[in-house]
Design a protein around this ligand. Sequence first.
Ligand SMILES: *Cc1c(COP(=O)(O)O)cnc(C)c1O
Length: 495
Amino acid sequence: MNYQSTRNHALTAVSTAAVLRGIASDGGLFILKDFSSLNFDWRAALEKDTLGMAEQILSALLPDYPNMGELVRRAYTGKFETEDLTPVVPVGDRYVLELFRGPTSAFKDVALSMLPQLITAARAGEGVEDEIVILTATSGDTGKAALEGFHDVEGTRIIVFFPENGVSSVQKAQMVTQAGKNVCVCGINGNFDDAQTGVKNTFAAVEAGDLLAGKGARLSSANSINIGRLAPQVVYYFKAYADLVKWGKCKVGDPVDFVVPTGNFGDILAGYFAKYMGLPVGRLVCASNANDVLTDFIHTGVYDRNRPFYKTVSPSMDILVSSNLERLLFLMSGCNDAVVAELMAKLKTEGVYRVDDAMVAKLQEEFWGGCCDDAATKETIGKVWKEHGYLCDTHTAVAWNVADQYLKDTDSKNPVVVLSTASAYKFPVAVLSALDVEAKGDEFAIMEQLHEITGVPVPKNLSGLQEKEVLHRDVIEKDEILDYVLRKISQPEWN
Ligand SMILES: *Cc1c(COP(=O)(O)O)cnc(C)c1O
């Protein structure tokens, strides 16, 4: 029983069960009880190729899977543009870690290619006969990556909820054209936080009322609240570090800083896990857009979601409740479940909590936080293109801009890796306008225009999207999510 709820140490699970359930029964998140007991040689990991690293890291974090190597190969072989999955590209005196070379051109592919393997193997391992229904709230990218991962996977169904008016046309087209007999996509009148809250409440209501008893189905999650989503993301921190060592940019043991465009705090938390596992991570720089709740938290120790919600040009980071922060609080409080339970209760009732001074000090030692608005994001895209000939998307630009702020503030001499989380072609309107070019036509025409101007190839999965047939048209109110889920589960055939 190496996993427990962040809110109650008595709620334990082996890793396969934690992956299968997605979230603990008290609403807490599954977390390793003790990182120091991990059976893991981080120096050995650096010697391996990406798939070898993935096997070693995932076997350590999720020790109840007997055949991890096979699962890793099935998940990744032939699915990404490059064999090393996540290439590192030198840009100026920084390094861009490209996480968007997967089947849907967003970093979520790294984890969501792996998660279906982890869930189906866990289902077999735990002897579960029920169908696993994956509920997913998405700010735009998770939805498509999850659909791509789970469509037509035996023993599973997937329902994706996205903010009807909160994603780009490209993102929406990616989702509503998804084929597969086990997939369902539904817009909600609300923002991402509403979708995420609706999904969490659905889990809680189903658990409390045993609403799926006798229905041959049980729920799981493809959001980064699922530890099976988080674990595969640890791998690319090792991969990037190994590349820098290989290129002579640092020696094994030297600290490297990572700048992470952050929303739900999953990506950056995986970096913190890597650090716990021994990787010499210097600072983890948390980059936010105008929704700067995390920047304030890192600077003051006060997390306050009572603030305006902004729709920005980096929509995958338009989030005020960062779920995975709960896991960080757990680790930073010395694995104190009572403290986490209390803070989460405060967040739920008052929308605000404060951590103690010792935790603030620790937080500031390991993290640095910064934010930038849409104007600065676009300016950064233009600057990086002009100065380096590198085209970055809006989320990556936020990280680049915050890296500027970080270096100015701290004078860090460590190598800096900027995580790049999406292809620029997923957000073509904002990116083209950042290059000071007048846009012509709809988002798909603009994609073409961006290609003509920059010469950067359009990823295969995005070109021709507008000609695909729309297969999903449902739109519901944000408080109808539970009813919708129960209704869909009772239908034997979807598509
Ligand atoms: C999801 C996403 C993020 C934020 O990642 P978190 O793990 O939620 O912090 C950043 N950029 C893009 C493009 C994303 O899709």
